[in-house]
Design a protein around this ligand. Structure first.
Ligand code: NAD
Length: 453
């Protein structure tokens, strides 16, 4: 039997061990999901809604337990982990409103009545990365179930604990057997099997571009539906007319949150030359104040990286770049890395161009609006970003010019479950969350009834 030892990233202590399932066990789970799909799709919309609300209530009753589990498994700060568990509850609640509103259309045609129905796809395979195990699970799971699909979900090998627990909570809430199953395992076994198994009708993948491309190729063989949420190298654009004190003191959290292991991390900081010195004063002071400490502490603002290997990857990028300044990090056990600010003036450097997935940001100057947009649009990604300016016209023009899926003006927030989320260019394919998410978990069927004698 293949077991994986789960290590606490902030202490390096063993948390538990998890059995990794193989292809035969994955096939059995997919068979159960296929059988369950026949019953789940005919559960009355109001009953499906009620079950999702009950699921949300049970998650809500376990927010603290789930948060503590995530702190131990992933090294997330306790305040972030509580938000993440609460996000699963909120997304379940939001999509609990959907089954009773997922209506088709009646379209005027000659000779009869034409109507459309949204039919479930069947079994949906959700593949989750290690950086946000709970929210990313919920963003696929809730709309998929609401639309009448059953779900097999593979958590990342490194971070399966909260997913396994939420799978148990689903059963406790009355979600029928086989409707939602968590299958811990390797990407190359369980994940690949989701792609190759013909009964899995859609893949919802969040992770690296490399794996995403491979999955897209695999899905092509069966013309399998696919949503991809991939990498990012987002820009935080600071105009000189912005509230520089606010922008500077918040900029560290736009990239160092979750130790920079965030697809939406604003890891390129674009600062207008005429405000550069003032902004950097505020920014440097704020970076040095980021509380990098034991994530169990209520005041902790940043925890460790997920593994020693991830820390080595991050360090390799930094070693070949020019460090402007750094914050602090604990020494001793744990995969700690101090928040690090790089001089980004050489925009051909690897650290400037590639997604580092660690607490590292490159700073670059620009002169005017056109240059800010041009620099922001460099590279293959387009996931997120921020724009800081008091001139709302300029901020909006910039927002329309930047090729990215999720932007904030005078804010660094990325995710609101009621609004669509996803990437331009190589950051992804399709959108998650928001009012239209059920569309990508349904097929629209067109039915014509002749009324002429
Ligand atoms: P990863 O691609 O290594 O793994 C992601 C998941 O895919 C894991 O569960 C893994 O086991 C599985 N997997 C790997 N190879 C597979 C294969 N061939 N077939 C099927 N499944 C496979 O990514 P990661 O290192 O866990 O996560 C980090 C990446 O995720 C970053 O690039 C980050 O930007 C991206 N990400 C994107 C978003 C978004 O919404 N756009 C959100 C979070 C993370």
């Amino acid at each position: 039997m293949n077991t994986l030892t789960i290590v606490n990233p902030s202490t390096e202590a063993t948390v538990s061990s998890v059995t990794m399932l193989n292809v035969e066990e994955t096939d059995r789970a997919i068979d159960r999901a296929s059988t369950a799909a026949l019953q789940w799709r005919v559960v009355a919309p109001a009953d499906r809604a009620r079950l999702l609300r009950r699921f949300a209530e049970v998650v809500d009753a376990h927010v603290e337990e789930l948060a503590q589990l995530e702190v131990a498994n992933s090294g997330h700060t306790i305040s972030n982990a509580r938000w993440e568990a609460g996000n699963v509850r909120d997304v379940l609640n939001y999509y609990a409103g959907a089954p009773e509103r997922h209506s088709g259309r009646q379209i005027p045609v000659a000779g009869g009545v034409d109507m459309t129905f949204f039919e479930p796809l069947g079994v949906v395979g959700i593949i989750v990365p290690w950086n946000f195990p709970m929210p990313i699970m919920g963003w696929g799971l809730a709309p998929a179930l609401a639309a009448g699909n059953t779900v097999v979900l593979k958590p990342a090998s490194l971070t399966p604990l909260t997913a396994i627990r939420i799978g148990e909570l689903a059963l406790e809430a009355g979600i029928p057997d086989g409707v939602f199953q968590v299958i811990p395992g390797e990407g190359s076994t369980v994940g690949e099997r989701f792609v190759t198994h013909p009964a899995v009708r859609k893949i919802c993948f969040t992770g690296s571009n490399q794996a995403g491309r491979r999955i897209m190729e695999g899905c092509a063989a069966q013309v399998k539906r696919l949503t991809l949420e991939l990498g990012g190298k987002s820009a935080n654009i600071i105009y000189a007319d912005s509230d520089l004190e606010k922008a500077g003191s918040m900029a560290p959290y736009a990239v160092f949150d979750n130790a920079g292991q965030d697809c939406c991390a604003r890891s390129r900081l674009l600062v207008q030359s005429s405000g550069y010195d003032r902004f950097m004063e505020y920014f440097e002071a704020a970076v040095k104040k980021v509380k990098v400490m034991d994530p169990r502490e209520e005041s902790s603002e940043m925890g460790p990286l997920i593994t020693a290997a991830q820390r080595d990857t991050v360090a390799a990028y930094v070693d070949e770049s020019t460090v402007a300044f750094r914050g602090t990090a604990p020494s001793g056990p744990g995969f700690w890395y101090a928040p690090t600010v790089l001089d980004g003036s050489d925009r051909s450097e690897r650290s400037y161009c590639e997604e580092i997935f660690g607490p590292v940001v490159s700073v670059v100057r620009f002169e005017d609006e056109a240059e800010a947009i041009a620099i922001a649009n460099e590279g293959p990604y387009g996931l997120s970003g921020s724009i800081w300016s008091r001139d709302i016209g300029r901020a909006l023009r910039t927002a329309r010019g930047v090729e990215t899926g999720t932007l904030s003006i005078n804010s660094n927030s990325s995710v609101r479950y009621a609004t669509p989320f996803g990437g331009f260019k190589q950051s992804g394919l399709g959108r998650e969350l928001g009012p239209d998410a059920l569309r990508s978990f349904s097929e629209e069927k067109n039915v014509f009834i002749a009324t002429e004698e």
